[in-house]
Design a protein around this ligand. Sequence first.
Ligand code: C2E
Ligand code: MG
Ligand code: MG
Length: 734
Amino acid sequence: MSRVRRHHGAIWWVGALGAAVAAAWWLFAGSGTAWYWRAGPALIWLVLLAAAGGAAITAARRSDRHDALGRAVMASSPDAIVVVDEHGAVVELNPAAERMFGRSRDAVVGRALGDGMLPGDAVWAQEGRQEVTARRADGEAFPVEVSAAPVVGLAERLQVLHVRDLGERRRSDRAASDLAAIVQSSDDAIVSLSPEGLIESWNPGAERLYGHTAAEAIGRQISIVEPRGRPGETPAMLALVRRGQAVEGLETLRVRRDGSEVHVSLSVSPIVDAAGEVIGIAEIGRDITARKQVDRRVAYLAYHDDLTGLPNRLMFAEHLDLALARAQRHGREVAVLYVDLDDFKHVNDTYGHGAGDQLLRQVARRLERATRATDLVARHGGDEFLVLAADLPADGSPGAREISGTIADHIAHALSVPATIDGATIAAGGSVGIAVYPEDAGSRDELLRRADAAMYRSKEVARRSPGAAAGPGRAQVPLTARMQLALERGEFVLHYQPILRLEDMRMVGVEALIRWNHPDDGLLAPAAFIPVAERTNLITAISEWVLDEVCRVARPWVTGEMGIQAAVNMPIARWSRDAADRLLRTIRAGGLEPGQIVVEVSESSAMVEPDRTQAILHDLHRNGVKLAIDDFGTGHSSLSRLTEMPVSTLKIDRAFVRDIPASTHANAIATTIIQLARNIGADALAEGIETPEQCEFLKREGCTLGQGFLFSPAVPADEVEPLFERFAREPATR
Ligand code: C2E
Ligand code: MG
Ligand code: MG
C-alpha cells in the first residue's frame, strides 16, 4: 500500500513544482507586459496552486486513512491476501499469507509470485476464482482457491488476490465423511442422544443390535432398550455423562425390539461444544454375547481336561481343600488315590498318539465306573489320574483306609482288562497309591506327595515280582511319628494374635496359636497337624510345650506394664485330672499368676465328657485360671450345662462373624451369644473380625472383646510389643 501512496505523493509534487515554475516564469521571465500586469495572473496561478496543494494534502490524508484501514483489514483477515502488480510481482501481502506460504513479507515483496509460490499461468492476471496448486517455502504443494480483483482508480494496474487453503477444508470435509462412513459401517451400535436421553442418531449397527430401525428409534428415549429389571441404570449413567464424565466398558444388559436380552459393553461419553458445554451424548454399544460364551468355555477349560472331559488338577485341588476343611470340622477322613498307567509310553510308541489318546479316554470312563458316585475322578496330566474319596468315617467300620483300599482294588481290576482300540488289543494296567488324611498327611500338597510316593512303591513291587497284581501302597512314616520328631527338634513355634477391648480398641490380651515350621513345607497351620495329634497322646506333649513356651515368652507382657492376658488353646477332652495340677504348676513355675492365663477350651471338646471336664474346669477356676469357651455356637452344649461352667469368656465362632451383617441368621446367633454371655456374667469375644462393618455391628450389640485380621493376624513374639504400643497410640484408627 505504501507504494500506492508514494505514487500519489509523486504526482502531487510534480504538479506543484510545475505550477510554481509556471508562476515564476509568468512573474519574472515573461516579456512585454509590465511585472504588475503579470503579477495578477501569477497570483491567480499561486492561489490555484495553493488550492490544488490543499486538496492534494486532504486527499493524501484521506488516502493515508484508507491505507491504515486497508492495512488493518489485511492484517486481521484470516484469508491470505496478496497484492501483485501487472507483472505478477508481489507488492504487499498480509500475515495470513506469510503463514500460508511460509515466507516472510520482506523475503517476498518485489518477488514474482510465479517464483515458487503460485506456479502456473499468470493467475494474478485473471479475474474470478480459480483452483491452483500453491507451494510453501519448504516445497510442499497444496491446493488453493485464488480470487483475483483489480484495484481500481490507480494508474498502476494492481491485483488483489484472496488465497484460500483448500487442503484445510478438504481435510475437515474428508474427516467428517470418513467418520460418517465408519459410523455407518461399524458393527457396534453407535447412537447419539440429547443430554436428556432422546435418540438423535441411530446407525445400522444399532438397528442390528437392538432391532429398532433408525426411523423407529430417532426421537424416542434411549430407555426403549433398557430391560425392565434395571430401572434407574440409564438415568444414572446419563446424569454422570451430563456432568462431563465418561463411562467406559460398562457390561450390562439391553433389551431388543422383540423383547430378548443381549449382553452389551457400553461406552458413553459427553459431546461438548467449544465452550465445554455438554450438548449431547455419544453411546457405543458392543454385543458381548459371544465373549460371554467364550468366558464360560474358558472357565470350563480352566477346570477340565480337554482330552478326557474329566476335572483337571486345579479343580481336584479345590475339591480336596474343601474336603479337608470339612473333614477337620466334622472329624472325618479323606483319601487321595493316585493312579498311573503302566507302560503308557510303550502304547504311544507302538500304536501312535491317536491310540494313546483313545486309551486315556477309555481309562477315564473305567475310572468313573470303578469309583463311587461321590468320588471325584480327575486327570492329573499325562497318564496320571487322581481320585478323591471324601467324608470317610474316622472310626467307623469299615474305616477310611479299608474303603479307599476297596476303591483301589476296583480301579486295579478295571484297568487290568485289556482295551480294544482300532482293532488292536492293548493291555492297559495301572498302579494305585493311597494317602489318607489325617493319618498320612495333614495338608493338600503333602497328601498328594504321599499318594504319589505310595503309587511308585506299588509300581516297584509289581516290577520286582512280575505277575503280582498292582495293589495300593502305604505312606511310610506316619504323621504322628513325624510330629514327635518335630517336637524334639523344636520345629513348633507360637504366634500371638492380639485381643482388643472393642470399647476403646486397646489391646488387652493375646491368643497363642501354634505353627509347625516344617523343613520341607514351610510354616504349617494347626489344621494340618493338631487334629491328628488330638487323636493320640501326642497332644498332651504338645500342649505342655505350648504352655511352657507361653509362660516363658509372655511373662513380660503379662506381668509388666502392658498387663495383658495370654490365652492358650487346651484340648481338654484328653485331660487327666492331674493335667490341671500340672498346668497350675507350670504357670506358677513360670512366675505368673493363674489369673493372667486364659485357657481356651472348644465347646465341642468340653461336651465330650461333660461331668469329667466340668470337674477339671471348676478346679482350674477355683485356682484363679480364667476359662474361655472357644468356637462357641458350633457345638451342642446344653444351656443348663453351660450356666454351670465357671466361664469368663464366650468366643463367638468365626463362622458366624464372617456372615455379619449380611446374614440375619448369623446376626441373630451373634446377638444371642452376646446376650447369653451378659446373662452369665462373661465377656463375649468375637473371633475372625475382618471388616469394620462386622466390628461396628458387634460393638453395637454389646460384644466386649474382639480379635481378627481387621486388627492383626497372629504375629511372631517379637512383634507383640510394637503392636501393643500401636493400639495404645492410635486406638481410634481401628
Ligand atoms: P481357634 O482357637 O479358634 O483360633 C482362631 C483361629 O482363627 C486361628 O487360626 C486364627 O489365625 C484364625 N483367625 C483369627 N482371626 C481371623 C480372621 O480375621 N479371619 C480368619 N479367616 N481367620 C482368623 P489358626 O492359627 O489356624 O488356628 C486354628 C485352630 O487350631 C485354632 O482355632 C485352635 O483350635 C487350634 N490351635 C491353634 N493353636 C493351638 C495350640 O497351641 N494348641 C491346640 N491344642 N490347638 C491349637
Ligand atoms: Mg482359640
Ligand atoms: Mg475359635
